[in-house]
Ligand binder design. Structure first.
Ligand code: ADP
Ligand code: MG
Length: 305
C-alpha cells in the first residue's frame, strides 16, 4: 500500500506564550490530490504547515511526508515538500534567477539538474530573471516564491494562503499553474479561508477550527452533508412576528419577507407553504436556495456565543 503524501497523527502545538494552536490533529493527504485546509484566521493552518516545513517545533505527535518521519528522516522529509509561505520574505538584493540558484544550492541540486530559467518561465517571470527582486510587484514576488518552492522538484507542494491580497487575474494564473502541476503528478495542499476557492479547486477538504479538524472529506461529500434548504417567501401582509408551527427555523427578513431554513430530508417546500397558508398568510412570491460550503463551514465552526 502506498503511504499518503502527508500523514499527521495527534499533532499538538502549544506556543511559548501558552497559546495552544494545535489540539491533536490527525490527517492524511492522499497522493495525487489537491487538498484544501480550510479554516478561519487563527485556526492553526500555518502552524501545521510550518511544522511540516521544519520552521516550528511541534509539542507532540508525529508527521510523515512522503513516508519520511520529520524527526527520524528530516532531510528526506524536507526534500519531499516545497512550501510557499504565507508571509512574503525576501532576499531583496538577489535577482529572481539568483534566488532560485541559491535555493537549489541549499537543497543540493547539482548545477546540471537545475532548472531556474524553466521555472521562471513557468511562473511568467523569465523577463524579470535578472531584475532586482525588490523591484518586483507583490504578485511577482508571490510567483517567485512558488518557483522557489519547486527548485528541488518536490512531490508535494504546499501553498499557505497563496491568494491573500492577490488580484483576480493573478489568482486565475496561479490556479492554472497549480492545476498544471497537479496534472503532472504533484500533490498539492493549500490553505485558504476563501470557501469558493477550496470548493472549486480541491478534491478533498479538511476544515480546521480552534486547532482541531472538524470535517475531512471529499468535496462533493462535504457539500452533500449540507442538507439544509432555505425558502424565502414574500407574504401578502405585514408581519409583526415570525409565525409559529411552520416547520424549520423562521426568520423575519423584512416587513413581508420570511426566510425558512429546513432540512430537505424532513420537509418539502410545499409543506411549508401549506402551513403558511394555514397560518392565514397569502404567499406572493417564493425562492429557494440550496445550502453550500459556506453553510457547512458556518455550521461546523459556529461556537457557542
Ligand atoms: P492560521 O494560519 O489558521 O490563521 P496560525 O497557525 O497562524 O493560524 O495561528 C494559530 C494560533 O496560534 C493563533 O491563535 C495565533 O495567534 C497563534 N500563533 C501563531 N504563531 C504564533 C507564535 N509564533 N507565537 C505565539 N502564538 C502564535
Ligand atoms: Mg495562516
Amino acid at each position: 500500500m502506498t503511504q499518503p503524501a502527508i500523514a499527521i497523527r495527534d499533532l499538538e502545538k502549544t506556543y511559548a506564550g501558552g497559546k495552544r494552536a494545535l489540539a491533536g490533529v490527525s490527517l492524511d493527504v492522499p497522493r495525487g490530490s489537491i487538498f484544501g485546509l480550510l479554516g478561519p484566521n487563527g485556526a492553526g493552518k500555518s502552524t501545521m504547515i510550518n511544522i511540516l516545513a521544519g520552521l516550528v517545533r511541534k509539542t507532540s505527535g508525529t508527521a510523515r511526508i512522503w513516508g519520511f518521519d520529520i524527526d527520524e528522516h528530516p532531510r528526506n522529509a524536507r526534500a519531499s515538500i516545497g512550501i510557499v509561505p504565507q508571509e512574503i520574505l525576501f532576499d531583496a538584493f538577489f535577482t529572481p534567477f539568483e534566488t532560485l540558484e541559491l535555493q537549489a544550492g541549499l537543497f543540493g541540486v547539482p548545477k546540471a539538474k537545475r532548472r531556474s530559467m524553466a521555472l521562471l518561465k513557468a511562473v511568467r517571470l523569465d523577463d524579470k530573471a535578472h531584475a532586482y527582486s525588490r523591484t518586483l510587484s507583490g504578485g511577482m514576488k508571490r510567483r517567485l516564491l512558488v518557483a522557489k518552492a519547486l527548485v528541488h522538484t518536490p512531490p508535494v507542494l504546499v501553498l499557505d494562503e497563496p491568494t491573500a491580497g492577490v488580484d483576480i487575474e493573478l489568482r486565475a494564473q496561479l490556479w492554472e499553474y497549480v492545476r498544471e502541476l497537479h496534472a503532472g503528478g504533484t500533490t498539492v495542499v493549500l490553505t485558504t479561508h476563501y470557501l469558493e476557492e477550496a470548493q472549486e479547486l480541491c478534491d478533498r477538504i479538511a476544515i480546521v477550527d480552534g486547532g482541531r479538524i472538524v470535517a475531512n472529506d471529499e468535496t462533493p461529500k462535504l457539500l452533500a452533508t449540507a442538507q439544509d434548504k432555505i425558502l424565502v417567501v414574500t407574504v401578502d401582509r405585514d408581519l409583526d412576528a415570525a409565525p409559529e408551527g411552520i416547520g424549520g427555523a423562521v426568520e423575519v427578513k423584512g416587513p413581508r419577507t420570511l426566510a425558512v431554513t429546513y432540512d430537505k430530508r424532513q420537509a418539502q417546500a410545499g409543506d411549508i407553504l401549506h402551513r403558511l397558508n394555514e397560518a392565514g398568510l397569502g404567499v406572493v412570491d417564493v425562492s429557494t436556495r440550496e445550502a453550500d460550503l459556506e453553510d457547512v463551514f458556518l455550521k461546523l465552526t459556529a461556537r457557542a456565543a
